[in-house]
Design a protein around this ligand. Structure first.
Ligand SMILES: *Cc1c(COP(=O)(O)O)cnc(C)c1O
Length: 357
């Protein structure tokens, strides 16, 4: 695998690059993509960078029927000096294999796929927007391709990497969102696929999202699937609470996705000497801390938004106003520090960034 060379086919017609100010999330794609195939006989083979294009699949391809697929999400940033930085990309490669393991998808060679990703970014570096808060979103994913309707693990797959220039998540600066505590639907259960980045988790989350949006909320707070009491995640982000000076986040219990941003926030808090713990947190505990005035801040963490402060939590009609609906000082400091590290405007004591040369 390591010895495989990546075949490159240049695109002849280059697309018009979008204006930095009008960028959305995930609607525009660059000129090239990476593809590699897998069969049981050959393993992963034929790694290639080709012009961005549709793919042809048999209608019986297993991905369409049983959803055996995994994905990743990370970003490339351009610094003021025109350097290109990735943020902890080896964590995404490792997590892709954890997801693969859960979905019975063959392992990838993490070093090789990271090399391919870097090669693709090098070719597309003119696509990385430079305006504040913008970046190039990187979406590696694997689909099952065997044409077969039996319920079994596919014997063939495609791994692809596509790139999308994305705008700032916060057009008018970081601002808090309203969150609805979900009591009917659940995102995942222990033993299920919650800790894997796989399509089904997102398909099954849409219903709750739709219902909460109709009531004026932007995301739901997911509780555990058994007792519907312990907090898991917010939307498709991990969640943190600052209570009485201490930061707490749900421990990784098998149904929670282990976010790279979550891990980075925990490391930063420890580095700053702020107490942080990973443990079970019930919604009753949060309500009690709200009532007794010790609940200081709530924020979600994820690659897209980095830090997403929560301004209101609605639990069965009880509206909890968090920090007067304003961004708390810790949320703001974490947001500033993480984005500064990611775009190279602050020295990186953790060695988290990788320069693409
Ligand atoms: C991707 C994801 C996260 C955040 O992970 P990051 O690596 O920080 O982007 C959290 N929860 C879910 C369900 C996710 O899919």
């Amino acid at each position: 695998m390591e010895d495989q060379t990546i075949q490159i086919t240049q695109s002849h017609s280059k697309k018009q690059k979008p204006n930095s100010e009008q960028l959305e999330f995930g609607r525009i794609f660059t000129d090239h993509m990476f593809i590699m195939d897998y069969t049981v006989e050959k393993g992963w083979y034929d790694p290639r960078i080709v012009p961005y294009q549709p793919i042809t699949l048999d209608p019986a391809a297993m991905i369409f029927h049983y959803g055996q697929t995994v994905f990743e999400g990370l970003k490339a940033y351009k610094t003021k000096e025109n350097k290109v930085l990735l943020f902890r990309p080896e964590m995404n490669m490792a997590r892709l294999n954890l997801s693969n393991e859960r979905l019975c998808i063959p392992r990838i060679d993490e070093d090789f796929v990271l090399k391919a990703l870097i090669k693709l970014i090098e070719m597309e570096k003119d696509w990385i927007p430079t305006a504040e808060g913008t970046s190039l979103y990187i979406r590696p994913f694997i689909i099952s391709t065997e044409p077969y309707l039996g319920v079994a693990a596919s014997t063939s797959y495609k791994l692809m990497i596509i790139l999308s220039p994305v705008g700032s998540y916060y057009k008018e600066g970081i601002h808090p969102v309203k969150i609805f505590v979900e009591r009917e639907y659940v995102r995942a259960v222990a033993g299920g696929t919650g800790k894997a980045k796989t399509a089904g988790n997102y398909a099954s989350s849409l219903k709750a999202q739709e219902v909460s949006e109709k009531q004026g909320y932007s995301q739901v707070l997911w509780l555990d699937g058994i007792e519907k009491r312990y907090i898991e995640e917010v939307g498709s982000m991990n969640i943190f609470f600052k209570i009485n000076g201490e930061v707490v986040t749900p421990e990784l219990n098998g149904s929670i996705l282990a976010g790279v941003t979550r891990d980075s926030v925990i490391s930063l808090l420890k580095y700053w000497g702020i107490p942080v713990s990973e443990r079970k947190i019930s919604i009753d505990e949060i309500y009690d801390s709200y009532k007794n005035g010790s609940l200081e801040e709530i924020f979600g963490t994820g690659t897209a938004a980095v830090i997403s402060p929560v301004g209101e939590l609605n639990w069965e009609g009880e509206k909890m106003d968090i920090n007067n609906g304003e961004t708390g000082p810790l949320s703001q400091k974490l947001y500033n520090t993480l984005t500064n590290l990611q775009n190279g405007t602050e020295p990186d004591p953790f060695d988290w960034t990788l320069e693409v040369k």
